[in-house]
Design a protein around this ligand. Structure first.
Ligand SMILES: [Zn+2]
Ligand SMILES: [Zn+2]
Length: 341
């Protein structure tokens, strides 16, 4: 069957293109993509609201497949290996790279955003961005490693362990990944959302406690946590700027706040809570080479996120998949494209 790819020629112009990708260059590998997940940021590229996207672009940054060709100088991987992509392409020598923060490399490129991605029967990527996975792991679950690495990144940045109570705003895809990783790290986890059905789902993914924010004040509901100090880690998994103000109010002394949203809107935070309680604020973008760790959790079964995959569409029905994500955000956690057939 002829290889196909999902391309965004310009904002609002999604199309299926066909044809083979070139052979991998030095240091690169070629994948036969099997599964790829649709992310909110793919929707932003489609809508022209991702400030980093360059067009035309084959999108997709959450994908897994098997290696079909290797370029010159690649020795750590072989044809037939099953891999998942790490979309963070970094230079390796600028200041953030030297500090172990390739996700904010001075010349960062994200696969599927700055360069062609994984919504494609065939994909080319640097060998160091292909993380080997066990053949026992399904491609569908392997493709969840990237969204889970976003959660792993924010919880690594904030520091999170069994002593913590983590308050997560938002029970959507991001919130549910943060919840699963926080539980894996042994933390108590409280999830806030405006939607009761999403909170029910959060319970199924291990939330210790849920708060329906339209019917209950969050600061009231969490003030007894940690012996009356409040949650020690607060994560904004909803990307709402105003939540930072409440996060500073409810966090315990020595608490940490993790931010994942990309809104340019300012918010009204006073220094007082931050200094009085010595809070730490962490921005978290993509992941800092955490996919191997996430893969180890998936392979050992410590993390079992398969239930996050709520719908799977054949890749040739990509347009229907995007329409579904657009019109039924309440009925999905992760929609995947299957390039299997
Ligand atoms: Zn994503
Ligand atoms: Zn760099």
């Amino acid at each position: 069957m002829e290889p196909i790819a999902v391309s965004v020629a310009r904002p609002h112009a999604l199309s299926l293109i066909s044809g083979s990708r070139p052979d991998p260059g030095p240091g690169e590998v070629k994948l036969r993509v099997r599964r790829a997940g649709i992310c909110g940021s793919d929707m932003h590229i489609l809508h022209g609201s991702n400030p980093f996207a360059r067009y035309p672009r084959i999108i997709g940054h959450e994908f897994a497949g098997e290696i079909t060709a290797i370029g010159e100088g690649v020795s750590a991987l072989a044809i037939g290996d099953h891999v998942v992509a790490d979309p963070v392409v970094s230079c390796g020598h600028c200041y953030p790279c030297r500090r172990g923060r390739p996700n904010v490399c001075a010349t960062l490129e994200v696969i599927g955003v700055h360069r062609d991605g994984g919504f494609s029967s065939e994909a080319i990527l640097p060998a160091k961005n292909a993380v080997k996975v066990s053949r026992d792991l399904s491609f569908a679950v392997a493709a969840l490693a990237e969204p889970l690495s976003v959660a792993a990144n924010v919880l690594t940045a904030t520091g999170c362990d069994a002593e913590d109570t983590v308050l997560v705003y938002g029970a959507g895809t991001v919130g549910v990944t943060v919840l699963q990783v926080a539980r894996l790290k042994g933390a108590r986890c409280i999830v806030v959302d405006i939607d009761e059905a999403r909170l029910e789902r959060a319970k199924e993914f291990g939330a210790d406690h849920t708060i329906h924010s339209p019917s209950r004040s969050v600061p009231e509901a969490v003030k007894a946590e940690m012996d009356g100090l409040g949650p020690s880690v607060v994560i904004d998994g909803a990307g709402i700027p105003a939540l930072l103000e409440e996060a500073c109010r409810v966090a315990s002394p020595a608490g940490r706040i993790g931010l994942l949203g990309f809104s340019p809107a300012p918010c009204n935070v006073s220094q007082q809570d931050i200094v009085r309680k010595e809070l730490s604020l962490f921005g978290s973008r993509l992941n800092r080479r955490l996919i191997p760790e996430v893969v180890s959790w998936l392979e050992s079964g410590r993390l079992d996120p398969a239930a996050m995959i709520t719908q799977t569409f054949a890749a040739r029905d990509a347009r229907a998949a995007f329409d579904f994500v657009e019109t039924h955000p309440d009925r999905l956690l992760k929609v995947q494209l299957a390039f299997d057939e």
